[in-house]
Design a protein around this ligand. Structure first.
Ligand SMILES: *Cc1c(COP(=O)(O)O)cnc(C)c1O
Length: 392
């Protein structure tokens, strides 16, 4: 199918019912391997002289449907599916670097990405540093002769700070360095880094793309040549690939991404406004709040501000934990982007591996909480937050 509008592609792209007995839902090709009709066919497929499936770690029809769909959604040439968001991050970072290289990162990165960067430094002498990326000259001076990747999250987990993606992409072009963006927090519905000049976009598909809290998966999109190279090296040989059933669940979840995201954003805006006014709340970090320092940038590069709100409660760690324990509807859980509203405490959960000094520098205090606003009636979410705040 030709590429159509986003809301249509999320439903149709990558699947043609006519090729599958008219089945409206795509089939799950639950197979590890594929039968060759002759020895010569097998040889030709291995030699790359003939198209066709070989073995499901290399590619699988259900997974390929999802890869085509995500590529259309991110407006890129080729998509790749992985067994988790971290499998995508590690395949890409290991695929783009060698010993002695340097990775320039945004100020904050996902906790396990932080762990991976440390591992790469300790074991392979691939160094990294974190940078606020808010002005051009300092980015230029942070790029060294050894920098081979610029790695960005925006919004940054969990402080919601943004990075101007087109500005960084423009500078990176001068140095011919690929820019990789973890777009998990926005989903391709709200932000499309490739359109802004970045080179690879990746997702923890576990989050908004799935939307229902029942899959661990990763997706990445970029130029054909680069992605094929990663597919044939770090994806295939490290082997963190997605199962056909998980690809099927993601094909299903993605169909409702635009309508879900609209509701996540609407609910989050209402809750951010109410949190701001509550006397027990110190500050609210939400890019859709006109008082958010980068509100203009959010409007420039995102369609809407997303469903994540971080806020600081007045008091200390014990008060933050007491508040969480008193919630009834809202569930205490890491992850995000699900139908259910989830709350977590970054300092002791997602960012517990980050040394305290770095954590404080990143703006993650003991009183900071991150709310993944779900799809429930916003009034019910607010009632739950309010009863717990009032009980403190
Ligand atoms: C969850 C998450 C990841 C890791 O994804 P998994 O699917 O859990 O491996 C990476 N980046 C961000 C921003 C995330 O939220």
């Amino acid at each position: 199918m030709d590429t159509k509008r986003f809301e249509t592609d999320v439903i149709h792209k990558g699947y043609n019912a006519e090729q599958h007995n008219g089945s409206l839902a795509p089939p799950i090709f639950q197979t590890s391997t594929f039968v060759f009709d002759s020895a010569e066919t097998g040889a030709a497929r291995f030699a790359g002289e003939q198209e066709g499936y070989i073995y499901s770690r290399l590619s699988n029809p259900t997974v390929a449907m999802l890869e085509e769909r995500i590529a259309a959604m991110e407006k890129g040439e080729k998509g790749l599916a992985f067994g988790s968001g971290m499998a995508a991050v590690s395949a890409i970072l290991l695929g783009l670097t060698r010993t002695g290289d340097h990775i320039l990162c945004s100020e904050g990165v996902y906790g396990c990405t932080f762990g991976l960067l440390q591992l790469m430094e300790e074991k392979y002498h691939i160094t990294h540093n974190f940078h606020s990326m808010n002005d051009e000259e300092s980015i230029r001076s942070a790029i060294t002769d050894h920098t081979t990747v610029i790695y960005i999250e925006s919004p940054i987990n969990p402080t919601m700070k943004l990075v101007d993606l087109s500005m960084v992409a423009r500078i990176a072009k001068e140095f011919n360095i690929p820019v990789v963006v973890d777009n998990t927090f926005s989903s391709p519905y709200l932000q499309r880094p490739l359109d802004l000049g970045c080179d690879i976009v990746l997702h923890s598909a576990t989050k908004y793309l799935c939307g229902h809290g029942d899959v661990i998966g990763g997706l990445a999109v970029g130029k054909q040549e680069l992605m094929s190279h990663l597919a044939m090296t770090t994806q295939k040989d490290i082997g963190g690939v997605m199962s056909p059933f998980d690809a099927w669940l993601l094909l299903r979840g993605i169909k409702t991404l635009p309508v879900r995201m609209d509701r996540h954003c609407e609910n989050a805006k209402k809750l951010a406004d109410l949190l701001k006014k509550h006397p027990s709340i110190n500050r609210v970090l939400y890019p859709g709040d006109p008082d958010f320092p980068q509100y203009e940038l959010a409007n420039k590069q995102m369609l809407n501000a997303g469903g994540l709100i971080s806020f600081e409660i007045k008091g200390d760690k014990a008060i933050a934990q007491k508040f969480m324990n008193h919630l009834e509807l809202i569930k205490i859980a890491v992850s995000l982007g699900d139908a259910e509203t989830l709350i977590q405490h970054p300092a002791t959960m997602t960012h517990a591996v980050v040394p305290e000094e770095n954590r404080i520098q990143m703006g993650i205090s003991d009183q900071l909480l991150r709310l993944s606003v779900g799809l429930e009636a916003w009034e019910d979410i607010w009632d739950d937050i309010k009863q717990s705040l009032d009980s403190l």
